[in-house]
Design a protein around this ligand. Structure first.
Ligand SMILES: CC(C)(COP(=O)(O)OP(=O)(O)OC[C@H]1O[C@@H](n2cnc3c(N)ncnc32)[C@H](O)[C@@H]1OP(=O)(O)O)[C@@H](O)C(=O)NCCC(=O)NCCS
Length: 169
């Protein structure tokens, strides 16, 4: 498996092999081009397995931002159905942490929907701790059939401090 920031060339292959309605890959790549984010994609040869976004500007949720102003946020973590449970998500998180470390950013935040116990368990296993901070977000997404779906989500904020666990030579 190879995990790397999405290049222009990768973007074409990504859009061809992992179709997502609503231009998701393009939007994440555009934020990367603008210097606001890094769009990490995990590959097995030409096959994209999953992806996640490192948000250099910090937490999106206002409560999270206020409580942890120094943190970078990892969001939009997603592994394609058929590749789940094989360590891809864990490796994407590790790659995002390594990037943050290299950039001199030592606190990582993630928001997990309060009904997403699987993802919460994964983050806790990787050293993230629940903070008690909650943000409510509303967003629209486009289903495979092209319908707009409106969602309200309660995101629990988890945080990990990198310094004590990695980077010790
Ligand atoms: C959460 C997610 C990114 C994990 O990716 P992954 O490659 O399956 O993760 P790993 O193989 O490294 O680790 C597996 C862990 O992921 C969690 N997990 C959550 N949903 C899962 C699923 N459908 N299949 C397998 N594992 C899942 C579990 O905690 C599992 O650990 P367990 O063995 O203790 O149950 C992936 O399941 C996914 O894309 N889910 C849908 C989108 C999502 O919820 N993203 C997170 C937003 S905060």
């Amino acid at each position: 498996m190879d995990i790397r920031p999405c290049t222009d060339e990768d973007l074409s292959v990504l859009c061809l092999h992992w179709r997502t309605p609503g231009g998701v890959h393009e939007a994440h790549h555009a934020r990367q081009q603008a210097g606001q984010a890094t769009y990490l994609v995990a590959w097995q040869d030409q096959e994209p397995l999953g992806s996640g976004v490192v948000q250099w500007g910090g937490c999106i949720g206002s409560n999270a931002r206020t409580a942890y102003p120094q943190a970078v946020e990892i969001n939009h973590l997603q592994v394609r159905d058929q590749y789940r449970g094989q360590g891809v998500g864990s490796d994407l998180i590790a790659a995002a942490e390594a990037l943050a470390w290299q950039a001199g950013r030592f606190q990582i935040a993630v928001g997990v929907a309060d009904d997403n116990q699987g993802a919460e368990r994964l983050y806790r296993r990787l050293g993230y701790r629940l903070t008690g901070v909650v943000d409510v977000s509303e967003y629209d997404w486009i289903t495979a059939e092209g319908a707009v779906q409106h969602e309200t989500e309660r995101d629990l904020l988890l945080v990990k401090d990198l310094a004590p666990t990695i980077g010790i030579l």
